[in-house]
Write a protein that binds this ligand. Structure first.
Ligand code: GLP
Length: 242
């Protein structure tokens, strides 16, 4: 694991954007694994800036998002597809046909078909670089702590802690979806290169457990210790217990 401790959130975001930009410069038709949440928004801002300056293009890139809430209309402002349009896709030259995100507006009975569809797409692709945030409980994507590491995309039941943490984006805690579709841990681990970002004090405990603790599905991100090419980029606060 390569650990980079940045001065602050903006520096963390810039370093992550530089790694993504280099990937696109080296291989225009890269497959990018993308994440949502507040953590990567700064990185997306820098990437948009680099695109506008003519440094990079997304024209030939393909993307896969880690996860999506279940039961929200696609244009709901908390759906991850809305988030991605707002924070990246609407501002760069990506071909919308190359964007892959699980559908959020599927009913209970359609969920498994949607999971299969996403697994099929992932089975036929190879992610060159995957960016990850981390939940306070160590989840990556929506792979919550549990008895075993997940393999392929699945339906995740969100834990109380995650629902509480994500309720800050919704009017009421009752509005937070209780289920999501998430890429599985095995699929995340198959990405050629992984970057995990974390900022702020609230992530310091879980960052310590992820990097220095034992590898356990009760801290899903700890599995990254086994990956050959992981870079963890932190701000000073998230790194304070290392
Ligand atoms: C969400 C997402 C994760 C994200 C995490 C942290 O639940 N499913 O992909 O990494 O929570 O979010 P934030 O970056 O807002 O702290």
């Amino acid at each position: 694991m390569k650990i980079i401790i940045a001065e602050n959130y903006d520096q963390m975001s810039k370093k992550a954007a530089d790694i993504f930009a280099n990937q696109l410069k080296e291989k225009e038709d890269s497959t990018l694994g993308l994440a949502t949440g507040s953590t990567p928004t700064g990185m997306y801002k820098h990437l948009i800036e680099m695109y506008k300056n003519g440094e990079i293009s997304f024209k030939s890139a393909k993307t896969f998002n880690l996860d999506e809430y279940m039961g929200l209309p696609e244009n709901h402002e908390q759906s991850y597809s809305f988030f991605m349009n707002e924070n990246l896709f609407d501002h760069v030259d990506i071909n919308k046909e190359n964007i892959n995100i699980p559908k959020s507006n599927v009913s209970e009975t359609e969920i498994n078909t949607e999971v299969e569809r996403y697994n099929h797409l992932l089975d036929n692709s190879e992610i060159d670089i995957q960016v990850l945030g981390i939940g306070r409980n160590g989840h990556i994507g929506f792979n919550e702590p549990g008895d075993a590491f997940t393999k392929n995309a699945t339906v995740a039941e969100l834990t109380e802690d995650t629902i509480k943490a994500n309720s800050r984006f919704f009017d009421n805690i009752e509005d937070v979806p209780q289920k999501a579709i998430t890429m599985g841990i095995k699929q995340i681990m198959m990405a050629k290169k992984i970057i995990l970002l974390a900022n702020g004090k609230s992530k310091s405990e879980i960052i310590k457990a992820t990097i220095t603790g034992k590898i356990t599905p009760f801290v899903p991100a700890s599995v990254l210790q086994l990956h050959k090419d992981v870079t963890i980029i932190l701000d000073k606060e998230a790194a304070e217990l290392l």
